[in-house]
Design a protein around this ligand. Structure first.
Ligand SMILES: *[C@@H]1O[C@H](CO)[C@@H](O)[C@H](O)[C@H]1NC(C)=O
Length: 236
């Protein structure tokens, strides 16, 4: 069975918090609030994060990413964006397959978390995920390490979402069958092999070279005893 949901915020999302602060418009196609986590629940939860760290007007935003498996995270990578994310809508995607988790911005891969079960790194695969969106105050750490404080005279702060899409492939006895919406980057076979194809590797290298500003796998101060095992593997 193939599943492809051209998402409706009415059908696929529950507003669990924030009362009138979350709004759905345009017949379910537009949500105002903020996207951050793809997560399961419980102490051994898995979580895949996109977080946008705020800043003073005109200064760059940081896109913060993390991967938790079996309750353990500490796998941050941060990026400057090559555009101002507050000016226009952009596409932020997560491709989650047996082989890897790929984070994409406007269909450009920015980060790959490979399945490292063979080297003892748990991979999220046994728990159903949900998407969570939220907007929260983190001016104790997220805004230049807490230097920039939220200016509440500018409130309310609003984030908008549109064109939510969820595609899934079912998996049985070694073969998968996928939803076949060709517009979706998910159905691109390039994402479902063990390693990225050459153009994707090139784009990933470009982003990581010019826009990645923090990589836990390069933070010696933090891991003086040696990097986590997944850091020893190739990036793609
Ligand atoms: C905010 O702007 C400053 C100055 O340009 C920059 O150094 C910093 O990385 C930006 N982002 C955050 C979240 O601190």
């Amino acid at each position: 069975m193939a599943v492809a949901a051209s998402g409706s915020f009415y059908q696929d999302f529950d507003l669990t918090w924030g009362d009138h602060r979350a709004k759905i418009f345009n017949g379910g196609q537009l949500l105002s609030l903020s996207l951050d986590k793809l997560s399961s629940q419980g102490p051994t939860h898995d979580e895949i994060d996109f977080e946008f760290l705020g800043n003073l007007s005109g200064d760059p935003y940081i896109l913060h990413t993390n991967v938790f498996t079996q309750g353990k995270g500490n796998r941050e990578q941060q990026f400057y964006l090559w555009f101002d994310p507050t000016r226009n809508f952009h596409t932020y995607s997560i491709i989650w397959s047996q082989q890897h988790i790929i984070f994409l911005v406007d269909n450009i891969p920015i980060r790959v978390f490979k399945n490292g079960e063979s080297i003892g790194v748990p991979f999220p695969k046994s728990q159903p995920m949900r998407i969570y969106s939220s907007l929260w105050n983190a001016d104790d750490w997220a805004t230049r390490g807490g230097l920039v404080k939220t200016d509440w005279t500018k409130a309310p702060f609003t984030a908008y979402y549109r064109n939510f899409k969820a595609d899934a492939c079912s998996w049985s006895s070694g073969t998968s069958s996928c939803g076949s919406r060709s517009s979706s980057s998910f159905s691109d076979p390039a994402w479902h092999t063990n390693s990225l194809d050459a153009p994707s590797r090139r784009r990933l290298r470009w982003v990581q070279k010019y826009f990645m500003i923090y990589n836990y796998c390069a933070d010696l101060k933090r891991f003086p005893q040696g990097f986590p095992p997944e850091c020893e593997r190739s990036r793609f």
